[in-house]
Design a protein around this ligand. Structure first.
Ligand code: GLN
Length: 485
């Protein structure tokens, strides 16, 4: 057994009490990267030297009797779209192949202050655009449960890092499902917090009104401990919320008697794989046996979520990505004229999917089409939010599948972007509405691939999600299954 098999709480306690050293945690994590990365392609870069230095300073602090923080010595993999000072941050793109940011993202600073150790940067779809990490310039991440399958995306590296035992926790970002979908595909737990709960400062922007950073780990309790560290107002992010931050980990211990669970008809219609459906229905029964009550609800506009998302997100992306012009950041293609330098740089350094999104976004914002596309999408977005508001008058949590299928085969949707976009069908609406959602394991398909359950709640009700997920995990052991390596 590796020290990293412990829960985050146990691990931090063992490190704080001196039973295990932070250096041992880093060694275990690096050993696992060496053993797994060649076959899975989980990490784009490691931070071995910096991690060892951090471990030494944490161990010295503990030896001197100081408090090393609630995450003392816990190795964490960080999605490579999140800035780490002085350490290459690529966003999975050739455009940023050699970009070392001059500052840390706020969440990186918070993790460091809590004693966590960044063990390396995890693979992702280029600029977080995708559902499979097949769009990474650095190659696809394979699923630790079957190397023929994708790990999901865009935080596929972060999910696979946890599933393969490289780190007990990782950080992802979720714009339309990118924490929850790979968590579902890799059999781990991941939460997209409420928009504004966690600072986006230092997250390389994809679609700023949808992007949200969140934790991925083996259990809801571990996610709750991380949420305690990550959450809170940040002056450096103008959309950061000022709401009080509860003690998510303590709240996990409350029961879920009389919790009202909403079952949405639209989540169980055609397209949902039968085995996924059966596991989700079992999970709902398990939640009922813990005292929760079910109520039928309707989210009538949710069927437009994917179409709406694929207008709003590319519009924002086309604007955010205009900064990669060859003048700033690292990549530049030579040309006689300035305008050619811009276009050559972008043509050579952006991948196909990123170019597709920029074209879709600029088209949807261009004069004459903006009303029909961007404005219309913004209006439908409001209707989706209204559906949630009405639902949360009746229920506390909405329960359903995270994704209609288990992890698909590498290459299966490569030539069909629309089929790929449908992987977001149950997740994108939470981003459009700003509400939080968690994915947790609830079973396996007959071919041994993990199935994910999604719980969504009203704005700033993450405690309820984490508590329901944690209580479910005290009754079931899907989350403690590990792939054979
Ligand atoms: N799969 C979605 C997309 O490609 C969501 C990505 C994300 O959440 N970052 O846009």
């Amino acid at each position: 057994m590796s020290v990293l098999d412990n829960s985050i709480e146990q691990l931090a306690q063992q490190v704080s009490s001196g039973d295990v050293s932070a250096a041992q945690c880093v060694d275990a994590s690096i050993a696992q990267i060496r053993a797994q990365n060649d076959s899975l392609n989980v990490m784009i870069s490691d931070c071995e030297d910096a991690a060892r230095e951090r471990a030494a300073s944490i161990d010295a602090k503990i030896a001197a009797g100081e408090n090393a923080g609630p995450l003392a010595g816990v190795p964490i993999a960080i999605k490579d779209g999140i800035c780490t000072a002085g350490h290459v941050t690529t966003a999975g793109s050739k455009m940023l192949e050699n970009f070392a940011p001059p500052y840390d993202a706020t969440i990186v600073q918070r993790l460091n202050d809590a004693g966590a150790i960044c063990i390396g940067k995890a693979n992702l779809d280029e600029f977080a655009m995708g559902s499979s990490t097949e769009n990474s310039f650095f190659g696809v991440t394979k699923n630790p449960w079957s190397t023929e399958c994708v790990a999901g995306g865009s935080s596929g590296g972060s999910a696979a890092a946890v599933a393969s035992g490289i780190a007990p926790a990782s950080i992802g970002s979720d714009t339309g499902g990118s924490i929850r979908q790979p968590a579902s595909f890799c059999g781990i737990t991941g939460i997209k917090p409420t928009y504004g709960r966690v600072s986006r400062f230092g997250l390389i922007a994809f679609a700023s009104s949808l992007d949200q950073i969140g934790p991925m780990a083996r259990s809801a309790k571990d996610c709750a401990i991380l949420m305690n560290v990550l959450s809170g107002h940040d002056v450096k992010d103008s959309t950061s919320a000022r709401n009080d931050v509860p003690d998510f980990a303590a709240d996990c211990e409350q029961d879920i008697k009389r919790l009202r669970l909403g079952i949405c008809r639209q989540h169980f219609e055609e397209g949902l794989n039968e085995e996924v459906k059966a596991s989700v229905e079992e999970a709902i029964k398990a939640l009922e046996s813990l005292g929760a009550e079910t109520v039928e609800i309707d989210l009538p506009h949710t069927k437009h979520a994917v179409a709406t998302y694929y207008v709003v997100a590319p519009c924002e992306a086309s604007s955010n990505l205009s900064r990669f012009d060859g003048v700033r950041y690292t990549s530049r293609e030579p040309a006689e004229k300035l305008i050619d330098m811009y276009s050559q740089t972008r043509k050579v350094n952006f991948g196909e999917e990123v170019i597709r999104r920029i074209l879709l976004g600029t088209y949807s914002l261009s004069s004459g089409y903006d009303h029909e596309l961007y404005k219309k999408a913004s209006q439908v977005r409001r209707l989706i939010k209204n559906d949630y508001d009405a639902a949360f008058e009746k229920v506390d949590v909405i329960v359903g599948p995270t994704v209609p299928t288990t992890a698909f085969k590498i290459g299966q949707h490569a030539q069909d972007p629309l089929a790929m976009y449908l992987a977001d069908i149950y997740t994108a609406s939470a981003n459009l509405a700003g509400v939080p959602g968690i994915s947790l394991p609830c079973g396996f398909s007959s071919d041994g691939m993990p199935i994910g359950l999604q719980l969504q709640s009203n704005m700033f009700w993450e405690s309820t999600l984490l508590k329901a997920a944690h209580q479910y995990q005290t009754q079931t052991d899907w989350h403690s299954k590990r792939p054979q390596s």
